[in-house]
Design a protein around this ligand. Sequence first.
Ligand code: HEM
Length: 423
Amino acid sequence: SKPIPVDKGIDKTLTVMKEGYEYVSNRTKKFNSDIFETRVLGGKRAMVISGKEAAELFYDNDKIERKGTLPPRVVKTLFGKGAIHTTTGKVHIDRKSLFMSLMTENNLEYLRKLTRNFWYQNTERMQLMGKVNVYKESIILLTKVGFRWAGVTEKPEKIEQHAMDMDKMIDSFGSVGTAYKGYREAKKARARVEDFLEKQIIATRKGKIHPEEGTALHSFSHWRDFQGNYMDSRLAAVDLMNVIRPLVAINRFVAYGVLALHEFPGERERVSADENNYAYKFTQELRRYFPFVPFLPAKAKVDIDFQGHVIPQDTMIVLDIFGTLHREDLWEDPERFYPDRFENWDGSPFDLIPQGGGDYHTNHRCAGEWMTIIIMEETMKYFAREITYDVPAQDFTVDRTKLPGRVKSGMDIENVRLNFDRT
Ligand code: HEM
């Protein structure tokens, strides 16, 4: 078998933290290889793989095991104990069908409507604020959309606390393997939101509240697994949150999107006109271009042949997400922000993988990918078409060496006006 290039060192975790999203592509380029070996998380040997063939391998359930490979701290803060992300085999496929059952045409259309209406109605609040930080404003707005969509009712004055709690959990993935000072805070934040959602599950089961059929709260409360058992109420809360928290995380894409409307000439006008599904293509390009999920972990179930290299059974495998989205062999001129590249995209499940790849039902691919696209389309149309605003001087940097990625300033806008000719 062909030798695998090695990134030498006893533990490269600090290097990963220092180079962030660029760690992998710096090495695949240097070694001119789609695979290299490194050591991370206490010196554990890992094979990093990049590209379309790598994604195909990563989502081959006969060769790859995902269970037990997420760093425990990430499970405790980001996903929650027993979360769908940590399951495998029959349990995974069974529970995934619950998540996917929420993605009906009607439920997605409702999400579109909610997003559009909530932003439009939020205009007055943004006008009163004067200066609006888009990152922060959209955490709160998306929490409202998420609760409402999921059938969860909460007092208006409590929304902001939940929003900030979910933001803390989301940020915690930047702590892969290092001392993370926000860890305890993120765990407390998780406990607070889990408590609240568990109460909603229990109240629904007791018939004290009545979420509509088809909502996530209704479905998670009444679902039975393949053995006929209801979910434990805490677990139901954990996985109900796995629908709402990632929806709130879309705020990161919103800040990137408003930056792109500002920074790239002509985008604002094209998104506003939305000819030939331009808002859709713009959203796809946002998800490709800007840094969010850096990579995903797994391990080899069997000895694996990858492009003539052997990956021994039980070795940790890391799929390069960000690098795959910026590869020259998959994306022409990858560092150009160019939505029209999606005009003729073939829809492959293995190249546009910002939210994982493969199959929704049998792999761990993101259950909320369509939701993300819909929310982003409506949000970007709102910012491009429904309002005008000024963009003050600020730090627009998106530092690709910092995990998690973000617009440094969070994206400030001011002096928001409605675009509606009433003369
Ligand atoms: C899984 C990213 C939004 C629900 C995932 C995965 C990624 C991801 C990378 C793991 C894929 C894998 O392990 O192979 C994102 C990003 C989002 C987003 C970047 C946008 C901000 C959403 C939304 C939902 C959602 C809106 C709401 C339903 C889930 C669930 C899983 C998941 C339930 C676990 C699926 C499984 O284990 O089978 N997401 N996601 N995500 N996502 Fe998302």
